[in-house]
Design a protein around this ligand. Structure first.
Ligand SMILES: Cc1cc2nc3c(=O)[nH]c(=O)nc-3n(C[C@H](O)[C@H](O)[C@H](O)COP(=O)(O)OP(=O)(O)OC[C@H]3O[C@@H](n4cnc5c(N)ncnc54)[C@H](O)[C@@H]3O)c2cc1C
Length: 457
């Protein structure tokens, strides 16, 4: 297993990363990307500290609902990139099971890669979302054939791919890019039915990063995003060679959607599990600020917080249900129940803005106007700010200000905006979750019940 320091050294492998118009050759030293590297390094050290018999807690594929539940908890604590890596490995394990009858030639390679990934202790990111060009047209009918990643050359020892994958979380910080079709493909789109594992430092890979990390010197005013942020990569495959043993699908259009569907499930499980915790944090903040404002007993405030509690409880119930009703694939790997995972992720995302609205309504304007923590340090203003930001003798002004900063950082500033969009889009938009939920819901059973209720059965 790698230590955090060893991980940092792996980043000096010639990868082509760009930020703000400049190439970044020293990621750990970069003012914006460096802290993200540090977080990933801490995740490595966390895994090392929680290893059992020298084996990373990320290793191993759960085979029962209980193991899956334990794994989700462990992975959740291990840091963002560890979680993405785990999700990627589970995507491949799930996809291998699903293509075992229709495209068995790839199963051994996928399994070999999973073993290799555990052995090398690498971090994997997920390259699915293509540039997509005109959304109403399929890949083969785009003005620019590169709108979706595709094979542009076939050689005896591999293929050359071209295209771009957008919004890829932590792409520049990992080692391998799990590159898979974003959607189903049809006959004639064989070159777009390509799934492969591409090393980040492959010649021709260029990653352009953006980040919501605060650009302020005073990070104390950003209690959440000041310390935990991650870059999203615009990943360009500018004629990248992929050797045969790294290819997991190559032209089989019927299987093109299997990888994205497998990933969607694991990605939404990750999203759902984060939302369950995040919803509790929103409830907690609403209650704390209501208490600090002296309004916790007021009827309309209690009603809003009750509604937030119901939301948080329903999201967590879906998480519990999707784990409790986990299913087992052909190779014995347990995966979360699709219906509850998708319905839960949808509910969490769709109602998020209402929860934020309640929080903002309860908290007041100081969410965006509370003074900086540095103003408490200034002898000329400190005691005055403390006095006027306080509400009662038992509510310290700095305490209340820190609550406001947390609410702003989480819901009303750069990171807050990022969360609002990400809740909706990451793991596919709401539409995607509606489709999958509908597909797995027992609609015939519902019709039967309705007929019975109507006396028409
Ligand atoms: C912060 C963040 C992190 C992300 N991380 C990753 C990542 O790590 N890896 C990754 O691969 N992706 C990642 N994504 C991408 C995410 O999955 C996409 O944003 C999402 O799938 C929507 O795709 P899009 O952004 O291209 O929007 P669009 O595809 O343009 O979608 C916009 C809207 O149009 C609808 N729409 C699009 N096409 C059609 C159509 N043909 N018919 C009907 N409706 C349509 C969509 O449902 C959606 O409502 C991330 C996104 C965000 C915001």
């Amino acid at each position: 297993m790698l230590t955090g320091e060893e991980y940092k050294e792996t980043l000096f492998d010639g990868r082509a990363v760009f930020f703000g118009g400049k190439r970044v050759d020293d990621l750990p030293a970069h003012p914006i990307l460096g802290p993200s590297v540090e977080n990933v390094a801490s995740g490595y050290d966390w895994c090392a500290a929680h290893a059992v018999g020298g084996v990373s807690p990320l290793a191993g594929v759960p085979t029962s609902a209980e193991e899956l539940r334990e794994k989700v908890e462990v992975v959740h604590q291990s840091g963002m990139l560890s979680q993405v890596t785990y999700t990627s490995i589970m995507t491949m394990a799930t996809a291998a099971g699903r293509i075992s009858e229709t495209a068995p030639q790839y199963v051994e390679q996928i399994q070999a890669f999973i073993e290799e990934a555990h052995r090398r202790d690498v971090r994997i990111t997920q390259c699915i979302t293509d540039a997509k060009g005109d959304r109403s047209r399929p890949p083969g009918k785009q003005d620019d054939p590169d709108a979706y990643v595709h094979v542009v050359d076939r050689q005896s020892d591999g293929v050359v791919i071209r295209g771009a994958k957008l919004h890829i979380s932590a792409a520049s910080l990992g080692h391998e890019l799990m590159t898979i079709p974003t959607k189903a493909m049809k006959a004639g789109e064989e070159d777009y039915a390509i799934a492969a594992m591409v090393p980040v430092n492959s010649p021709g890979v260029k990653i352009i990063d953006v980040s919501y990390a605060p650009r302020h010197d005073e990070l104390r005013d950003f209690p959440v995003s000041g310390h935990h942020h991650v870059a999203e990569g615009f990943v360009i495959f500018d004629d990248v060679f992929v050797p045969n043993d790294r290819i997991f699908l190559n032209g089989e259009v019927a299987e093109a959607s299997v990888f994205a569907h497998s990933l969607g499930l694991w990605e939404r499980l990750g999203g759902l599990s984060a939302m369950a915790d995040d919803s509790d944090v929103l409830v907690g903040l609403a209650q704390l600020i209501a208490e600090a404002n002296g309004l916790a007993g007021v009827a309309h405030v209690k009603e809003k917080i009750s509604e937030m509690i119901i939301h948080a409880t329903v999201v967590r119930a879906c998480l519990e249900a999707c784990l409790t009703h986990a299913e087992t694939g052909p190779f014995g790997a347990a995966f979360p129940n699709e219906l509850y995972t998708n319905a839960g992720k949808y509910t969490g995302a769709a109602n998020y803005s209402l929860m934020v609205r309640h929080l903002h309504d309860i908290a007041g304007g100081s969410i965006v106007t509370a003074p900086s923590i540095a103003d408490f340090d200034n002898p000329e203003t400190g005691s005055l700010v403390r006095k006027y930001m306080g509400t009662r003798s038992d509510v310290d002004g700095e305490y209340r200000t820190r609550l406001f900063h947390t609410i702003r950082d989480l819901t009303a500033d750069t990171y807050g905006g990022w969360r609002a969009v990400t809740n909706i889009q990451a793991g596919g938009g709401l539409y995607a979750q509606r489709i999958v939920t509908r597909r797995h819901y027992d609609l015939d059973g519902a019709k039967q019940r309705a007929l019975e209720a109507a006396g028409l059965a």
